[in-house]
Ligand binder design. Structure first.
Ligand code: NAD
Length: 446
C-alpha cells in the first residue's frame, strides 16, 4: 500500500482526515482550509453586507464595486435564523471621530461577524492625518479592534483594515477587491494605508523582473505576474539554471542568470531591461538567504553574505535601475521581500532580521522621491511560508512557526505572490511606502 501523501504540513493534512474529530475533542487546533484563487471563481461565497457608521462616505461606492465584481450586496443585516452565512461584511468606520461613536461597531458589526465566513473589512481614516486628539485616538483604536477580531475569527475568515488617505478612490477600490477575494487568503489582521494615485496607461505587454525566481516564493511570483499579463524576466544564480528555465518556460518568460551580489549586477540588469524590453514595469526583489547562528557565534562570512544578498543587492540594483535611462517603464513599481522576522526579531537571525528590517527602511525612504517620479515602492513581509527555506528548519521551531499564526498553518508561496501581484497592478498606484504582512496573523511581528 502506498503511504498517504502528507505534503509539507503533515499535521495540517492529518486534521483534514476523519481522525480530526477525535483530536479536536482532545483540544488540538484544527487549521481551517483556506479558499484560494481559482480561475472563474466567485468573489465571495455568500452575500456581502455593507455597513455605514456615522460620517461614512464610501458605502455607495463599496456596493457598486462589489456588484461590479459579481457579488450580491445587502445594506441591511439579513436577520432570520442565522443559518445563512455572509460571504463578507464591510464596515465604513472612516467617519468616526468620537469615543462614544465606537459603540456602533459593537452594535452593528457583532451580529454580522457571528455569521460571516469569508472576509471582514474595516474602513478607517489615516490616523496620522488627524490633528484632533480624540479623532486620532478613535481611528487608532480601530487597529486594536482589527487585531483582536482577527484572533477571534474562525473557519479561515480574514479581518483587515484599509486606512483611507485623501484622493485614494482608485487604490481603495483595488484594496477592497483584493482583500475581499480569495487572493488574500493569508493576509489577516493587517492595516493597509491607501493614498492618491492614478494608474498609468497599461502597456500592451508589461514586463516584470523577479530575482530569486528559480523556486519557492520567487517561482510563485513569476506565475502570478504571468497570469496578470506580464512578460516575466526570471533572474537567479547560474547554479539554479535548470529550475529557472523550468519556471520561465511554463509561463513563456525569459531567464537571466545573474548573481545579484556581483559588482556588475546593476549594470547588467539595467542594460538587459533597457535594451531588450523597453524597461520594466515591475521589479520584485525576492532573492534572499539565511545563515542562522546565535549572534556571538556569527562569523564575518555569515554576516556579510546575508547582508549582501538581502539588503545591499536590492539597494544597489534599485539605484542602478533608477539611474539607467530606459531601464524602467514610466510608472514602474518596486516590491521588496521583507520578513516578519525582520519586524519582530528572531533568535539566531540577527543578520537576517537586520537585512529584512533594512528593507523596510529602504521602502520608506524611497516612497516620496519615487512618488514624485510616478513610481512606487512597497514591501511584503511573509510569515511562515512552506518553501525549501522553511523545510530546512529544525522540526520543533518549524511546527511552532506554523501553529502560532491565527490561521494555525503556514502560508503557501502563492499567498505571498498574490500580494506582490496586487501591489504590481496599475490600479494599486496609490499604495506606496507600505509593508504588507502576509502571515495569517502570526503572533511574531503582528
Ligand atoms: P528560497 O531559498 O526557496 O529561494 C530563494 C531563491 O533566491 C533561490 O532560487 C536562490 O537561488 C535565489 N538566490 C539566492 N541568492 C541569490 C543571489 N545572490 N542572486 C540571485 N538569486 C539568488 O527562498 P524563499 O523561501 O522562496 O524566500 C524568498 C524570499 O522571501 C526571500 O527573500 C526570503 O527571505 C523571504 N521570506 C521567506 C519566508 C519563508 O517562510 N519562506 C518568510 C519570510 C520572508
Amino acid at each position: 500500500m502506498r503511504p498517504p501523501v502528507l505534503g509539507p504540513d503533515p499535521y495540517g493534512a492529518l486534521m483534514r482526515t476523519p481522525a480530526a474529530n477525535l483530536l479536536t475533542r482532545a483540544g488540538l487546533p484544527k487549521p481551517p482550509r483556506l479558499r484560494r484563487h481559482e480561475p472563474g471563481q466567485d468573489l465571495l461565497t455568500g452575500p456581502a453586507l455593507v455597513i455605514g457608521l456615522d460620517g461614512a462616505t464610501w458605502t455607495g461606492d463599496l456596493g457598486t464595486w462589489l456588484r461590479a465584481a459579481g457579488a450580491t450586496v445587502l445594506d441591511e443585516h439579513p436577520g432570520g435564523t442565522g443559518e445563512e452565512r455572509l460571504g463578507a461584511v464591510l464596515v465604513d468606520a472612516s467617519g468616526l471621530r468620537r469615543v462614544e461613536e465606537l459603540g456602533q461597531l459593537r452594535e452593528r458589526l457583532a451580529p454580522a461577524f457571528r455569521r460571516t465566513r469569508g472576509r471582514v473589512l474595516l474602513l478607517g481614516a489615516d490616523p496620522a492625518r488627524l490633528t484632533d486628539p480624540e479623532a486620532r485616538a478613535v481611528q487608532q483604536g480601530l487597529e486594536g479592534l482589527l487585531r483582536s477580531l482577527a484572533k477571534e475569527a474562525r473557519g479561515g475568515t480574514t479581518v483587515n483594515l484599509v486606512r483611507i488617505a485623501p484622493g485614494a478612490r482608485t487604490a481603495l477600490r483595488s484594496a477592497v477587491e483584493f482583500l475581499c477575494s480569495a487572493r488574500s487568503a493569508f493576509v489577516h489582521g493587517q492595516p493597509v494605508l491607501v493614498g492618491a494615485g492614478e494608474p498609468a496607461p497599461a502597456r500592451e505587454r508589461p514586463v516584470a523582473v523577479v530575482t530569486g525566481a528559480a523556486r519557492g516564493i520567487g517561482a510563485a511570483i513569476v506565475d502570478v505576474l504571468a497570469r496578470t499579463g506580464h512578460h516575466v524576466v526570471c533572474v537567479d544564480v547560474p547554479a539554479a539554471g535548470d529550475g529557472l528555465a523550468a519556471v520561465a518556460n511554463r509561463v513563456h518568460g525569459s531567464t537571466l542568470h545573474l548573481d545579484v551580489t556581483a559588482d556588475t549586477a546593476p549594470q547588467v540588469l539595467a542594460t538587459h531591461l533597457a535594451d531588450r524590453f523597453d524597461g520594466a514595469d515591475v521589479v520584485v526583489h525576492n532573492a534572499g538567504i539565511t545563515r542562522d547562528r546565535s549572534f556571538v557565534n556569527l562569523d564575518e562570512a555569515a554576516w556579510n553574505s546575508v547582508l549582501d544578498v538581502n539588503l545591499r543587492a536590492p539597494l544597489r540594483l534599485t539605484t542602478g535601475l533608477l539611474d539607467h535611462p530606459g531601464a524602467l517603464a514610466p510608472a514602474a513599481r518596486f516590491v521588496y521581500l521583507s520578513s516578519i522576522n525582520g519586524l519582530a526579531g528572531a533568535k539566531g537571525q540577527t543578520n537576517y532580521a537586520t537585512s529584512k528590517a533594512g528593507l523596510v527602511g529602504l521602502v520608506q525612504a524611497l516612497a516620496e522621491p519615487l512618488a514624485a517620479r510616478g513610481l512606487a515602492a512597497n514591501a511584503v513581509a511573509p510569515g511562515f511560508i512552506e518553501t525549501p527555506m522553511t523545510a530546512a528548519m529544525p522540526p520543533v521551531p518549524r511546527e511552532l512557526g506554523r501553529r502560532i499564526a491565527s490561521l494555525q498553518q503556514g502560508g503557501l508561496p502563492v499567498d505571498v505572490a498574490e500580494a506582490v501581484g496586487w501591489l504590481a497592478q496599475p490600479d494599486a498606484a496609490g499604495i506606496d511606502g507600505q509593508v504588507l504582512r502576509v502571515c495569517g496573523q502570526n503572533l511574531l511581528g503582528a
